[in-house]
Design a protein around this ligand. Structure first.
Ligand SMILES: Cc1cc2nc3c(=O)[nH]c(=O)nc-3n(C[C@H](O)[C@H](O)[C@H](O)COP(=O)(O)O)c2cc1C
Length: 287
């Protein structure tokens, strides 16, 4: 079980390979095994395999190209959000055990997807889950340590310590090294302007470095290093605001302006911020 949970990954690069009926049935079966309030889940799922429909969904989901490339796209409609979330996680875990991989996609225009798939007005379009055979092995973006999220008995009673902060910072610094290594490898293999290189940059900026910096800032605040935490927050805020502005303007995650932003933050701004905070914390902790 631990292996399964640790090795499932969001996949954004799929092989051009069909996902057969039997696999689709197993995936939906897994979703149906999930817990649900009153054991009465009301969600339903639309199985989309037609290229034209996948393309149309991709167009209204910030043009995230992997939606079109996935063998199958599941669109969960109706039901309650918690029940849907349980069902989706079951599906993703089953996908992983079948040699498939998926990605939850929440950034899309719900009204547009409703029209594309003919979903009635009274049925909510919840979430889009492309699933397919992974093309590359995805790296773990970094996960929180249990002590970062645990309160004992009452809120505020945590076991967060300087050791926790040190562990998170060490991992963040390792991630910078990992990124720099993979980047040079990818540039050599796929070329500087390839989608593979851009996806790597986007992944590290948005899903690795940004969350690490947010975790570091929170821990620093809790440990009393408020001023340092504010500096970290500022870098993340600038990234978020600018990313949002560029995505809103273009509606396209692969537009030149979004690519430029992710590139700058993954290669320069975030690594510099992580190294800076690592040095500062080492000083504060006295080693
Ligand atoms: C509610 C929700 C919405 C998400 N939306 C997107 C999305 O629109 N695009 C995307 O590439 N990933 C999306 N993801 C995937 C997350 O980025 C991914 O789960 C996270 O980076 C952790 O990586 P992991 O799943 O490999 O552990 C979403 C995940 C969730 C739970």
């Amino acid at each position: 079980m631990e292996d399964l949970l640790a090795s499932r990954r969001s996949c954004r690069k799929f092989l051009d390979k069909q996902v057969g009926d039997e696999a689709v049935r197993k995936l939906v079966w897994a979703a149906c095994q999930a817990p649900a309030g009153g054991n009465s889940p009301r969600w339903e799922v639309i199985v989309v395999r037609k290229s034209e429909l996948k393309r149309q969904i991709m167009e209204v989901a910030l043009r995230q190209e992997f939606i079109e490339e996935a063998g199958v796209v599941f669109v969960f409609v109706g039901g309650r959000e918690f029940n849907v979330a349980c069902a989706v996680e079951n599906m993703l875990l089953m996908a992983h055990t079948l040699g498939l991989e998926g990605c939850v996609v929440g950034s899309f225009n719900r009204e547009a997807v409703r029209k594309i798939l003919g979903v009635p007005k009274e049925v909510k379009v919840n979430i889009v889950v492309p699933v397919g055979f992974p093309k590359v092995e995805e790296i773990n973006p970094g996960k929180k340590f249990p002590e970062e999220v645990t309160h004992y008995e009452v809120y505020g009673s945590t076991r967060i310590s300087k050791i926790t902060l040190k562990k998170v910072i060490d991992e963040a610094v390792d991630k910078v090294g990992e990124f720099e290594y993979l980047l040079s490898l990818y540039i050599e293999k796929y070329g500087e302007e390839s989608m593979e290189v851009y996806r790597l940059e986007e992944k590290y900026a948005a899903f690795v470095f940004r969350p690490f910096l947010s975790r570091i800032s929170r821990l620093m605040r809790l440990l009393g290093y408020v001023e340092e935490a504010m500096k970290v927050d500022e870098v993340v805020r600038e990234y978020n605001n600018e990313r949002w502005r560029r995505l809103s303007n273009t509606g396209d995650i692969n537009s030149a302006s979004v690519v430029e932003h992710e590139r700058r933050y993954s290669r320069e701004v975030f690594p510099a911020a992580i190294r800076r905070v690592a040095t500062r914390v080492a000083e504060l902790l006295g080693n």
